[in-house]
Design a protein around this ligand. Structure first.
Ligand SMILES: O=C(CO)[C@H](O)[C@H](O)COP(=O)(O)O
Length: 223
């Protein structure tokens, strides 16, 4: 699928969520942040809203679970029809089992890492996964400044993913904009989440295309 741009929905109101999706027709998928006031100090939306979004759009739904106990809750998001379900490794008690449960329900199995979590301890797990999400801000809030100290981790993750030979998406999330996306693409990311850069733009769909062009021009990796 090559370079993928996933706008991150900002709204908490269902009508506004639908408007945001309609405003980014060129997007490769829609990134949905699920937060529970426990894993992160913020609360967004949960399974019932994702089930409603599934009925409202054919777009690929890329779910990012910033929640405690993902082993318990994540499989339901796959059953709801999300194409991709990402849990935080810091919150999972059995990441391999959870990844297998997600795949068994037809979703891509994603594993996210907070900025302080290294990738190396998980090198042997990568073959169980379809997506690795490297957070480029502390999870919890949109609109934060991109942490460029994450670039070495991104490069290292790309090396490890290439060594598997498998089609595992390498996603970045947090502070991604026309100013920062090139550095992430050069470091090996192929999937880009952007919230404020897209929905804060005068023309969100044009910004999706700008981000894709910029990433494509600097891509170290695109299948
Ligand atoms: O939720 C987030 C952090 O938890 C992300 O930063 C959000 O998905 C994207 O927002 P922005 O592009 O404004 O950083």
């Amino acid at each position: 699928m090559g370079i993928k741009i996933m706008p991150s929905l900002l709204s908490a109101d269902f009508a506004n969520l639908q408007s945001e999706i309609a405003a980014v027709g060129s997007a490769d998928g829609i990134h949905v942040d699920v937060m529970d006031y426990r894993f992160v100090p913020n609360l967004t939306l949960g399974l019932p809203v994702v089930e409603s979004l599934r009925k409202a759009t054919d777009k690929l739904l890329d779910i990012h679970l910033m929640i405690e106990e993902p082993d318990r809750w994540a499989p339901s998001y796959a059953e709801a029809g999300a194409e991709s379900v990402t849990f935080h490794v810091e919150a999972s008690s059995a990441p391999v089992r959870l990844a297998r449960e997600l795949r068994a329900r037809g979703a891509r199995a994603g594993m996210a890492l907070r900025p302080a979590t290294p990738i190396e301890p998980y090198a042997d797990l990568l073959g169980e996964l379809d997506l690795i999400l490297i957070m480029t801000v502390e999870p919890g809030f949109g609109g934060q400044k991109f942490l460029d100290v994450m670039l070495p981790k991104l490069r290292r993750t790309r090396e490890l993913l290439d060594a598997t030979g498998a089609d595992i998406w390498l996603e970045v999330d947090g502070g991604i904009s026309a100013d920062t996306i090139a550095r992430c693409a050069e470091a090996g990311a192929d999937t880009f989440v952007a919230g404020s850069a897209v929905f804060g733009a005068d023309d969100p769909d044009a910004m999706v295309n700008t981000l894709r062009s910029e990433a494509s021009a600097h891509a170290a990796h695109s299948r």
